[in-house]
Design a protein around this ligand. Structure first.
Ligand SMILES: *Cc1c(COP(=O)(O)O)cnc(C)c1O
Length: 378
């Protein structure tokens, strides 16, 4: 069976894990947590990066930082992972969904302005497949209405938009280091703080509402409870595992891009608009090969394709059930404008296996099995 995903394995990860365990100091904010956050800050030119227990946790920190309360509205696409919305709903927000663009599956920037009301507290963009949203336009809207931008950049680590790292463009950015992402610590993530006014409070929220971070830095002589917060910091065990991958991020990125390009080159001659579509990379974007997908004519052909691949022992998957049509989504959201593309495009999309160090044999098998299906069904 060719699985859909395999987490990265590097021998150095074991070395760093052993080092963190032997140091007998495995709670958060030790040596490897610092290595990771400093690496991310330097590589992406970010003001402040705080490692978290997940991207979900980082999104929840954003909700707390923005003082989200009952009745506030948050704009985002409906084609995203549950926690993009849930993090804000937990604090009482109502989600206002905006349709996506069919080419990138990202929020349609031209529809955002229409969704803004007096209650709008944030625009959450999701860089689907690690391909940047149209941030120049979205920044202008954010400036015009003084509404902060949060980037759900869970999939966008090592991607660029107009030369800037995804996650560092909005006021706040969130990364995921979940097993299914390009770089992983099992479960984990990071909050990227680009607007300096949030830095001090973010450190407090992450440390259970205490000013322990300042205490460790020697800036105060005792620490105490000063604000609301929770335990959002991961252990050194997780951070040490991640650090090995960050050190080799270019190598991992290039390896994934090679697989992505291999797929693209094999499928491009079969591309037919609205019958078989491939990912589109806008000219300002440099992506990280987080994902390779195909879009078939409709849900029926997609189902047939997934079954065909399963028979060949290849696991291809789809996502997401648009949040506005999910059980909880119906209670906590409204859709601004019409769902022209969100449902339709989500039903066409299927993801191919994508992981670090995929073998030539695996790639060939996936492509050959797919082409047999494509020739008979498109
Ligand atoms: C994976 C993902 C998340 C959640 O990440 P966790 O680290 O598992 O919390 C959130 N948003 C998007 C778009 C994702 O792909």
């Amino acid at each position: 069976m060719i699985p859909f995903n395999k987490s990265v394995y590097l021998p150095e990860a074991l070395e760093y894990l052993e080092d963190s365990v032997k140091a007998r100091n495995i709670s958060g904010d030790g040596k490897y947590t610092k290595f990771c956050s400093q690496w991310l800050e330097k590589k992406f030119n970010a003001k402040k990066v705080l490692l978290t227990t997940s991207c979900t946790a980082a999104l929840e920190m954003c909700a707390i930082l923005l003082n989200i309360k009952s009745g506030d509205e948050i704009i985002m696409p409906s084609f995203t992972f549950v926690t993009t919305a849930n993090a804000f709903v937990l604090h009482g927000a109502k989600i206002v969904f905006v349709d996506i663009r069919p080419d990138t599956m990202n929020i349609d920037e031209t529809l955002i302005e229409n969704a803004i009301t007096k209650k709008t507290k944030a625009i959450v963009v999701v860089h689907y497949a690690g391909i940047g949203c149209e941030m120049n336009t979205i920044k202008k809207i954010s400036d015009k209405y003084c509404i902060p931008i949060i980037e759900d950049s869970a999939q966008g680590v090592m991607s660029l938009y107009d030369g800037q790292a995804l996650g560092t463009i909005g006021d706040l950015g969130c990364y995921s280091f979940h097993e299914t992402k390009n770089y992983t610590m099992g479960e984990g993530g990071a909050l990227v703080i680009n607007n300096e006014k949030y830095i001090e409070r973010a450190e407090i929220i992450r440390e259970k509402g205490t000013n322990r971070t300042r205490f460790y830095r020697g800036e105060i002589d005792k620490y105490s409870w000063v604000d609301i917060g929770s335990s959002f910091l991961p252990s050194e065990i997780n951070a040490s595992y991640l650090y090995a991958q960050l050190e080799q991020a270019e190598k991992i990125n290039n390896d994934r891009l090679q697989t992505w390009n291999y797929y693209y080159d094999a499928f491009k001659e079969y591309k037919k608009n609205n019958i078989l579509d491939l990912p589109i990379i806008p000219s300002l974007c440099k992506h990280n090969a987080h994902m390779f997908y195909l879009k078939f004519k409709d849900i029926n052909i997609r189902t047939q394709y997934i079954n065909h691949m399963k028979k060949e022992h290849i696991n291809c998957v789809f996502h997401y059930v648009p949040l506005h049509s999910s059980e909880a989504g119906k209670n906590f959201s409204r859709f601004s404008g019409n769902d022209v593309y969100t449902t339709k495009e989500s039903e066409r999309l299927v993801r191919l296996p994508m992981f670090y160090a995929m073998s030539e044999k695996e790639r060939k098998k996936i492509i050959n099995c797919s082409i047999v299906f494509i020739k008979n069904n498109t």
